[in-house]
Design a protein around this ligand. Sequence first.
Ligand code: SF4
Length: 409
Amino acid sequence: MEINETIVKGHILSKGVVFTNKAVNYAIESNAKGQNLVYNAPKNYENGRPQELFIRGLDGYEVVASCVAPNVKEQAVVIDHNGEKLVAIIDNNIIENISLEYVPEPSYYSMKTSKGTPLKRLVSACGLDELNIWPWHDCAISNKCKFCGVNTILHESDSDDLFTSLSISRKPEKWDQFRDYYLEDLTEAVKMAMDDPCYDEHLHLILISGNLTNDQLDLQANIFSDIANTLQKAVGDKATEGVVSVMMPPKDPALLQKMKDSGVDIVVFNLEVAQNPYFEEICPGKAKIGRDFIIERLEQSVEIFGRDKVWCNFVFGLEPIDGLLEMCEYLASKGITPGANILHLDQGSVLKNTPPTVEEIIYFYSKLADLYKKYDLNPYYCQKALRTGLANEAFAGRLAAATVGNQGR
Ligand code: SF4
């Protein structure tokens, strides 16, 4: 198997990554972006551990990989600094035909708005060029998804610059009370963040947070509509996909049109797990909201937002591959774009599953890329934003050399 930058990313996402002391020291010296600690914090992470790596191939094709926690069943990829540069070591072999660098911390991480709010409370960068907007940093769904590393502490905060999912769910009037303050603060934060060089090429604007309580999904759709309206004005056409909104769907179907009219360009209702019994076991809160309900709202949304503007993401590694691919094909045939992040072992996860093997990763993403081409869909964002999957790389043909003669099962 030829090892290129994409296959190295696959090894990292399958096996996890550990850093030598020299590599951690270099991360601190070079101002590498650290773990955001709201979600996706690896289990047992050490201080100074960088969040992401650039991996560049010989022809200049560059990807970003999330520095996921080591997989206990396999020998992790080792990142070392040899005095001159970072190197990756896979199965005791130094990989020669790539170059590595840490994704730097955006300058706005240390800034505050004129109201004194740290920008990191309002926005965050995932991968190289995602600009994530998170109105709250936790999730109040009735039963947490078992793989999820989102904040599990549900604060009853009355702070006006950091909402919590539980406080808004219990006191919906809080949004009306603080909306103007928050939106003004957010607009300033987004404009300051957009100046960072990480968004020079393009920017992916994503409205994402955990969910409100199951009975407040309409309130969440209303809040996200207000925020999207503000974001659209603040960012204009700099965002490649416009405003992407990741959430559980509203109970009231009329709110889908309201979201569209308010400035949401793409809705993302993630099932995370495609088939039962895995869905019910792993995502009990989403199961209470209803698997059929989520699929119905996805299909209804295609009428409003259009083909390839309605997304449904999965966590690859939680169920048999064939059933997952079957669901991906069903959704794709309806104009809904399926996607997948590779399971990683985060703090807060209570699962015993281990991430898929490199061969399974190559097999799955090759099939997913085939589906995109068959149904005229596109992978999400880009290969420098989507740091925990290989959909863009597979779509661009970067797995092709590695899959020759490989059934990947
Ligand atoms: S609904 Fe989303 S944020 Fe909440 S527990 Fe599930 S995956 Fe995590």
